[in-house]
Design a protein around this ligand. Structure first.
Ligand SMILES: Cc1cc2nc3c(=O)[nH]c(=O)nc-3n(C[C@H](O)[C@H](O)[C@H](O)COP(=O)(O)O)c2cc1C
Length: 211
């Protein structure tokens, strides 16, 4: 973890170059899933499709800067999955307090559930991150009493992948293809704000905005 941190110590030290800022955003996104101290590891994912916009904290699990895809995982039975299937446009909000950089991403999300397609993330995650998928009830189900939604016979510490296997069918990967990136960099000598849009082949536009 400390090597991830030190190799990214210089990110956002040059805030006056559109190309450098965009590159730094993707470098920090790619590092965030591996750095528990990075604020961008715990973004807010917003959906719009119900009567009101909905937001929730998720863990950023993986980032592919080449394809500009970002990934988290979720319970396939959770309400957001149906919303995303019906209304794939999502928005992500990140803030890293140590670097004082806010990031807003707009993307088109897909819900991946098939076994070969989602295996890479299921296999790389530690058991502690997966035991929630053993939940007997769909997340958000109204219950008549206080509920942890964990199986009554679940061991306090999950030791093997076999114990987690029944949760596999509830596991889904949310993949967002990023179409728009906006960053706000807070600095004592004046804040900077930038926006980029992407097409399949690369950056389609890059603009400074008034902060
Ligand atoms: C720190 C933190 C991390 C979370 N990580 C995830 C996650 O990676 N995936 C997920 O589906 N929910 C995660 N949650 C729970 C969601 O915020 C949310 O409560 C849940 O997914 C239900 O959302 P929904 O009803 O909109 O579908 C996390 C919550 C917190 C506080």
């Amino acid at each position: 973890m400390s090597s991830v941190r030190s190799s990214n110590a210089e990110l956002f030290s040059d805030c006056d170059d559109l190309g450098v800022i965009e590159s730094d955003c993707w470098k920090l996104l790619a590092a965030a899933p591996h750095d528990r101290d990075c604020g961008w590891r715990l973004p807010v994912l917003a959906t719009f499709g119900e009567q009101v916009p909905r937001q929730r904290t998720v863990v950023l699990r993986a980032v592919d800067p080449e394809s500009r895809q970002i990934f988290c995982h979720t319970d396939v039975r959770s309400p957001k999955v149906k919303v995303i299937r019906d209304h794939p446009l999502v928005s992500w909000l990140f803030y890293d307090a140590s670097r004082q950089v806010q990031l807003q991403l707009v993307g088109e999300a897909t819900v991946q559930t098939a076994e070969p397609e989602t295996d890479w993330l299921w296999q790389q995650e530690p058991a502690a991150s997966l035991q929630g998928y053993l939940a007997p009830y769909p997340p958000g189900t109204v219950r008549p009493h206080c509920e942890t939604n964990l199986p009554a016979d679940m061991p306090t510490k999950m030791s093997s992948r076999e114990e987690l296997a029944p949760g596999r069918e509830n596991f889904a990967v949310l993949c967002s293809s990023i179409k728009n990136l906006e960053a706000l960099i807070l600095r004592p000598n004046g804040n900077r704000r930038v926006v980029y849009s992407y097409t399949g082949s690369g950056v389609a536009s890059a603009d400074w905005l008034a902060p």
